[in-house]
Design a protein around this ligand. Structure first.
Ligand SMILES: Nc1ncnc2c1ncn2[C@@H]1O[C@H](COP(=O)(O)OP(=O)(O)O)[C@@H](O)[C@H]1O
Ligand SMILES: [Mg+2]
Length: 375
């Protein structure tokens, strides 16, 4: 199973740069996900690997074989790349049965009659649809159509599987079931997979590694735990999981702990950080809602950060409660197992539970608006 290497990939549509120096290497058998908001360039990247788009510059190799190298003016056409692709829309041929849909890619590759029949049987067994081979696409549910599309991508034993938001047309329940099924299948087949999604939950649960993209650029590449626990930028922290953001100024930095005076409340907090910053620098503190805890003001608490706050909102979200707490002009979102806290409470977190970023930009204007109230 091959390694996929993308180097210095740029793509312009007219004057607009949509990919700006994309680099990554996918290991053999890895489930690798391109994650980012709509329009950030995920599909364009995947299409460059597939040979459906020509990069403006850059190189792509699979298993050491160059598919594209713009310096050498080298370009291997799609049909010679032996990659399996599934699109969001499935792109099944509506006037053909399931079986006939699977014959097509084999016919293009000039497979013998016997090989066709064996491969089609195997591919349909793999996705659990052998009994439906005579049906037409409109006689299948969305989930079944998606499996046919996957079988069609697998039928000629591709070296790499390219999946562009294959689950996004399914309803929530089915999407979750298909996710688990897809993951099992990928592990079973051990096939190197490049997956595209804008859904962070999908990316976290499916991937061996994730590449987070914004605006045609890579923000971070790492395992799901690395991306979630140690987001490289405030934008990554905001996009993957929920996060509270506070802007402030650095008052000091000793022994790996930064002292930050928060802008909207004047409160001093301690944050573990190895950043090299100067006193007075603008910074942003980020904390995940589940890393914050709430206690009543009468309880004994110790911790690096114990802040006096009040409860603004509380809602039951199934097995736990979501609180909105007032901290100066910020609203802080906290996830808590207890549902009986009200009025004046304390917000507690360790220095290691918060993240520190240089600069005072809260990732999205929309998020910032949600997080502030009039004092
Ligand atoms: N064929 C095209 N011509 C012009 N612009 C395009 C074309 N394909 C994609 N784009 C633009 O490139 C950007 C990235 O698109 P895309 O890769 O489809 O994003 P994503 O898959 O992350 O949603 C978008 O701004 C999109 O409008
Ligand atoms: Mg897309």
């Amino acid at each position: 199973m091959p390694e996929v290497k993308v180097s210095g990939l740029h793509k312009k549509f007219g004057d607009v740069t949509v990919l700006n120096d994309i680099n990554f290497t996918i290991r053999e058998g890895e489930f690798f996900t391109l994650l980012g908001p709509s329009g950030c360039g995920k599909s364009t990247t995947l299409n460059c690997i597939a040979g459906l788009e020509t990069p403006s510059s850059g190189a792509i190799t699979v298993d050491g074989v160059p598919f594209v190298d713009t310096h050498k003016k080298l370009y291997v056409p799609t049909e010679e790349r032996n990659l399996g692709m599934v699109f969001q829309s499935y792109a099944l041929w509506p006037h053909m049965s399931v079986e006939a849909n699977l014959v097509m890619p084999l016919a293009i590759r000039k497979a013998s009659k016997e090989e066709k029949s064996v491969r089609i049987h195997e591919a349909l067994e793999t996705v659990g649809l052998s009994h439906l081979k005579d049906r037409y696409p409109h006689q299948l549910s969305g989930g079944q159509q998606q499996r046919v599309a996957l079988a069609r991508a697998l039928v000629y034993s591709p070296s790499v599987l390219l999946l562009d938001e294959p689950l996004s047309n399914l309803d929530a329940k089915l999407r979750e079931q298909s996710r688990a099924w897809l993951k099992r299948l990928q592990v079973e087949l051990g096939i190197t997979t490049v997956y595209v999604t804008h859904d962070q939950d999908e990316a976290l649960s499916l991937s061996d590694r994730i590449a987070v993209m914004f605006d045609g650029q890579m923000a971070q590449i790492g395992t799901p735990a690395e991306i979630y626990e140690k987001p490289a930028t405030a934008a990554v922290a905001a996009f993957v999981g929920s996060c509270n953001f506070f802007t402030g100024r650095l008052e000091g930095h000793h022994g790996g702990i930064a002292l930050v005076r928060l802008d909207n409340s004047g409160i001093l907090v301690k944050v573990a950080s190895a950043l090299t910053l100067d006193k007075g620098d603008a910074v942003t503190v980020a904390v995940r809602p589940e890393r914050l805890s709430i206690t009543s003001r009468t309880a004994d608490v110790t911790g690096a950060n114990v802040l006096e706050t009040t409860v603004l909102t509380r809602s039951y979200v199934g097995s736990r409660y979501e609180y909105g707490l007032k901290l100066g002009t910020n609203v802080v979102q906290v996830i808590s197992p207890s549902g009986d806290l009200d009025g004046a409470v304390r917000l507690v977190f360790e220095a290691e539970d918060a993240l520190l970023y240089a600069g005072s930009s809260v990732p999205s204007a929309e998020a910032a608006e949600l997080m502030t109230v009039a004092s």
